[in-house]
Design a protein around this ligand. Sequence first.
Ligand code: IMP
Ligand code: MG
Length: 194
Amino acid sequence: MPPVEAGLGEPRVLLTEEEIASTVARLAAEMSARYHDGVVLIGVLRGSVPFLADLVRAMTVPVSVDFMAITPYTPGSGRVRLLKDLDLDIAGRDAVIVEDIVDTGLSTAFLRTELRRRNPRSVAVCTLLDRRVRRVVPVEIDFAGLDVADSFVVGYGLDHEGRYRNLRLVAAADVELLAADPDAYVPVFYGSPG
Ligand code: IMP
Ligand code: MG
């Protein structure tokens, strides 16, 4: 595996662990203030898992957790499909969709429509990252973390071909470099073996 040349295609730290922690604390406080009676947080698999885990522990109201999984939208696939549905009944309850990032908005818009059909008291959206410049469908974001303009980011749940999800930071990545070699950032982030 070729080493990543210094400066060339090297990942750039976008959010440090501290910046993530303060964003999580702010969002948890906002949601705790809104949902005195408790809330169901719905994590979108798999990118939202680290964010959701930190969020629930920072919240100070009763929280239930469930998960959904959907097929990623790709041009030509036409639409998003549900791969894993909720186990909980959210009828009459307040629910929040928890996303790692809202990009085109297609996934979030689909999930919101899908969840509204189950007659919850309310459905809100919470996302760690928001890439508004890429929006294709309008999505109302009730609890917004931070804006990103970078074309591709990894870490803290966000992956490239399943890699880099367990980084404690979020970094902007060179997509062309990763397309050529998905492991290109492994030495940078995890050190070289031995
Ligand atoms: P959307 O439907 O285009 O809004 O895409 C949302 C999903 O695409 C997110 O939940 C992520 O899983 C994935 N995604 C979008 N941008 C990125 C990125 O920069 N890095 C990793 N995953 C991303
Ligand atoms: Mg995702």
